[in-house]
Write a new protein. Sequence first.
Length: 287
Amino acid sequence: MISPKLILMPLSTSGHVTERLKGGLAVAKYFNAHLDVYHTHLDPKRFLPTGQLGLPTKLVKELDSVAGRFATTESANLKTEFVSLCAQQQVKYTDDSAEHPTHPSASWHINIGVRSEIIAEQGKVADLIIIPQSKSGKSTSTFEASVMRSGKPILLVPRQMTHFDIKTVVIGWNASTEVSRVLTYSLPLLKQAKKVVICTSASSADKMPNGHEVVKYLAQHDIKSEFVTFNNGRQSTAKAFMSVAQMHNADLVVMGAFTHRRIHEQIFGGMTNYMLANTTLPIFMAR
């Protein structure tokens, strides 16, 4: 229920790097918070099973050295761009992420290992994890590990999002434990918003607590909101919900992540997977 002060964002080099960095800095500025960007690369030895392939030790060392130099150069170039973007966006760059931020700040971290493992663990000591939408639009191991293991809310952002300013928030309410949890996490965002809409599929409108109860709950936090229902028609619930969010000119969607059993999500898709593939809006979610 606190406003985020320490935000974590992983960075891969799969395209739109500049846009993703600008998006992360925009979120840090919005919250007046500190942004830690983690650029992770794998130890090349993971791909050189010398015992099985019988590669000469000298060759292995040379390959390891070349891979190491490439990773170091890539990270150095990306850091240079990031520091430049910090200056452009008026975000203070610092190598000490332990500084108590009185204004937006950011740091760059280089890690060797598996990105999903590092982000899931480091996310436990962050307030919010930004996950840029994947290039394929599919769920990634980093996204899933962050949602399932960090215990913190996730902000899924479109790959090319460079601006973050929340005026209208649409909440996808289905009375699940997951959306209840993310509702509480989102209170600082909702307090700053000018318009808050609780949105429920007509087929779920009778689930308790219903949207009217959410309106009362938010009112206790001095947040004015409205409750609307929608009919799917021939569309999936996820597609119909996204249409409603766009109709209300939403700047942010709040929803639970993987609210159905995981095996159900894998077989039938589900709201989370649809959003990963199709969202044009940032999504604040938790499990």
